[in-house]
Design a protein around this ligand. Sequence first.
Ligand code: HEM
Ligand SMILES: *[C@@H]1O[C@H](CO)[C@@H](O)[C@H](O)[C@H]1NC(C)=O
Ligand SMILES: *[C@@H]1O[C@H](CO)[C@@H](O)[C@H](O)[C@H]1NC(C)=O
Ligand SMILES: *[C@@H]1O[C@H](CO)[C@@H](O)[C@H](O)[C@H]1NC(C)=O
Ligand SMILES: *[C@@H]1O[C@H](CO)[C@@H](O)[C@H](O)[C@H]1NC(C)=O
Ligand SMILES: *[C@@H]1O[C@H](CO)[C@@H](O)[C@H](O)[C@H]1NC(C)=O
Length: 362
Amino acid sequence: MTRVSSFLAVFFLLFLCLLILSRRTRHAEAVAPLRPGFYAQSCPDAELLARDAVRRAMARDARSAASVMRLQSPVVMGKLNWAQGCDASLLLDDTPTMLGEKLSLSNINSLRSFDVIDEAKEAVERVCPGIVSCADIIVMAARDAVVLSGGPQWKVRLGRKDSLSASQEASDEIMPSPRANASSLINLFQKFNLSVTDMVALSGSHSIGMGRCFSIVFRLYNQSGTGLPDPHIDPRFRRHLDRLCPAAGDGNVTGGLDSTPTKFDNQYFKDLVMEKGFLNSDQTLYSGDGRTREVVKRFSLNQEAFFDAFVEGMLKMGDLQFEQPGEIRRNCRAVNNQPLAQIYNLSRGIKEVKMLQSLLLN
Ligand code: HEM
Ligand SMILES: *[C@@H]1O[C@H](CO)[C@@H](O)[C@H](O)[C@H]1NC(C)=O
Ligand SMILES: *[C@@H]1O[C@H](CO)[C@@H](O)[C@H](O)[C@H]1NC(C)=O
Ligand SMILES: *[C@@H]1O[C@H](CO)[C@@H](O)[C@H](O)[C@H]1NC(C)=O
Ligand SMILES: *[C@@H]1O[C@H](CO)[C@@H](O)[C@H](O)[C@H]1NC(C)=O
Ligand SMILES: *[C@@H]1O[C@H](CO)[C@@H](O)[C@H](O)[C@H]1NC(C)=O
């Protein structure tokens, strides 16, 4: 790395920090706690309209629920990361070679589920323009996706602002890796004040949805570089996965994250106990760590316990988002103020992030 680009990288980070800090102080007094019924007066139909959009999307394609729901995890965490700004440690603490794989997680699914958010946002904007944030629509839609898939019902806390970062891609940066083991997941969630129980319960969102072969071939054929499969896969289930995902096959083929991928239930945990988890990051919760195994066992035996812990985890995760300065976006895909969008455009910033990484790692 040349001295000039090192300088540029540092300058970029400083610039970002200053910008974020100045925005933050300017908006500091606007901060108010999230609460249920935030739009009861200003846009009473908001929640109804959002649910209708999710329902329509699910009628078109049952998987929409999962795809919408998935947004809450990376979006919340991604934005929190950028709100912290100056300490972009989460973004940087993986090795440069991991970046490429993480980026490829920004996949077709995310794009597709953004259509649902757009649809909900448009419906809400028609009735009460400029009132309801996209962040709140995502949180409502994620809840609705769970409810409409047979999961628990709960009151979401609302009143978020949308981040000033334009890029949905940003969130993919810190999506936890499907290769992650239980202890690294515990540590990752700890950074957001989410407990072991929260983390296991939130992983239970994989009770709905699909994963790609791309995300599991390493564990089928070369777990941790051993040249062997993950030992924690039930033999019959492994034969099934081997057929679905042959070593040199199409990485875009998908399989259910649990054996009932359109139903939100505790089957996911039962599957883990039987070593029939799809993702390594799921199976490791049972097979890789005593702390998480206890929670998996409990949820596999008691669906109510899972639902209660899941709601608590979703509320906690939703509350995290609040720390950031922001606005009510008119269009969920772009910040209102375009020049800022370009500065914050992380998909453009990837280059700078890579530079920073090598700077910090060398
Ligand atoms: C514990 C850490 C987590 C890891 C390692 C993880 C990883 C993954 C991976 C690798 C996929 C499949 C992507 C693909 O192959 O295309 C996936 C899908 C999914 N994730 Fe997670 N995730 C985690 C936590 C969460 C949380 C907290 C939520 C929800 C709040 C969530 C919701 C989902 C959903 C619903 C899908 C299915 C999406 C679809 O079918 O389109 N995940 N996750
Ligand atoms: C879990 O993964 C982390 C990071 O990849 C690694 O440093 C650690 O040794 C692993 N822990 C176990 C118990 O395998
Ligand atoms: C976690 O909790 C501590 C102590 O309550 C607090 O200082 C910190 O800001 C929290 N971190 C996050 C990411 O919310
Ligand atoms: C398995 O992974 C290791 C480390 O990533 C690599 O060196 C090795 O060539 C891989 N083996 C096979 C059979 O792909
Ligand atoms: C999956 O599909 C996308 C878009 O359709 C394509 O760009 C990508 O190369 C495919 N990935 C794999 C692993 O086949
Ligand atoms: C962000 O950067 C990418 C890559 O340079 C570009 O294609 C995209 O249009 C930019 N987005 C915005 C909102 O400026």
